[in-house]
Design a protein around this ligand. Sequence first.
Ligand SMILES: NC(=O)c1ccc[n+]([C@@H]2O[C@H](COP(=O)([O-])OP(=O)(O)OC[C@H]3O[C@@H](n4cnc5c(N)ncnc54)[C@H](O)[C@@H]3O)[C@@H](O)[C@H]2O)c1
Length: 345
Amino acid sequence: MKVLVTGTEGYIGARLAPWLTARGHEVVGLDTGYYRDGTLYLDPIGLPQLPRTICKDLRTVVPQDFEGFDAVVHLAELSNDPLGQNRPEITFEINHEGSVRIAQAARRAGVKRLVYASSCSVYGIGAAELVDETSPVNPQTAYAQCKTLVERDLKPMADRDFSVVFLRNATAYGASPRMRFDIVLNDLCALAWTKRKIAMTSDGSPWRPIVHVEDICEAMGCALEAPAEIVSGEVFNVGATQENYRVREIAEIVASVFPGCEVSVGPPGSDNRSYRVSFDKIAARLPGFKARWTAKMGAEELRRLFERIEMSSETYEFRAFTRLKQMKYLRRTGQVDNDLYWRTR
Ligand SMILES: NC(=O)c1ccc[n+]([C@@H]2O[C@H](COP(=O)([O-])OP(=O)(O)OC[C@H]3O[C@@H](n4cnc5c(N)ncnc54)[C@H](O)[C@@H]3O)[C@@H](O)[C@H]2O)c1
């Protein structure tokens, strides 16, 4: 298939694009490049193929951008809760309206399938029992609210010629050249390595399902390739049911892989997002998908990576690896305007 992947310069996209290419697809990227100055490591053998990338803000896409493509995987958004809360009105503009624009333009250009990167954060504060794709959503932040709005608005667009698949990804972890240290397992591993401290920002009690970035790639590949009648209009949680952890359990796993660290908790009530998610549907109904990674394997992978690249505190703290820091920097220095469009000099 000829696939346009938005967000190819981001955390997931930097792994997904070469992964899809290795699977035999022809990939073109689209990204405005907010994090272009942040590369944690080079991997020309494991991740050989960087796609040709159209540098464009998704709020300005037109049907011509999608002509000749069979499918679109849409990842590009302001991607996480703190970033979304920082500028909620721009989050709605990019994540909600921009994503609807992408789908409309793709459909008009004759694209057959769109895979949308939604998030388990739509479940917000779940009850103690497992939530699944049929449970009511309960978004707590602008970011999560936009995910529910995009799902709502894209669902009716699906028809015989255009199928849309919604993948509600758990919180990701794992190595990516476009590394992020603002997601829980990556952050705790980096703290353990650079500071010998595993400091949770919450009291450790919230439930968080987590999934390796490679398992997300697998789900996206399977969602692209499955027969339309099986996946069109469907929502799949992406992860594995046994990979639901309380944050303190994730901290304990990290402590077992990075021994000799001090483990500490943050104040109670500092993070009200908590949900346990069932991933039984994707395991049963998405042909070819199997989640292969565990949190322990992910922590071990990061330990090996940090050793190999001699990861330092400066690298951990570098702005481009923490989304909110980078966007604040681009804004403060006037490189992007108030609406987060690049400014010409
Ligand atoms: N990482 C996770 O834990 C996680 C979990 C669930 C869902 N998701 C979803 O998966 C997708 C990808 O996540 P990620 O972690 O790779 O995010 P990321 O922030 O690392 O990458 C997003 C990419 O989108 C680009 N982008 C942002 N706004 C844009 C715009 N207006 N126009 C064009 N490009 C723009 C950025 O430059 C960046 O390269 C997002 O939609 C995210 O919400 C991620």
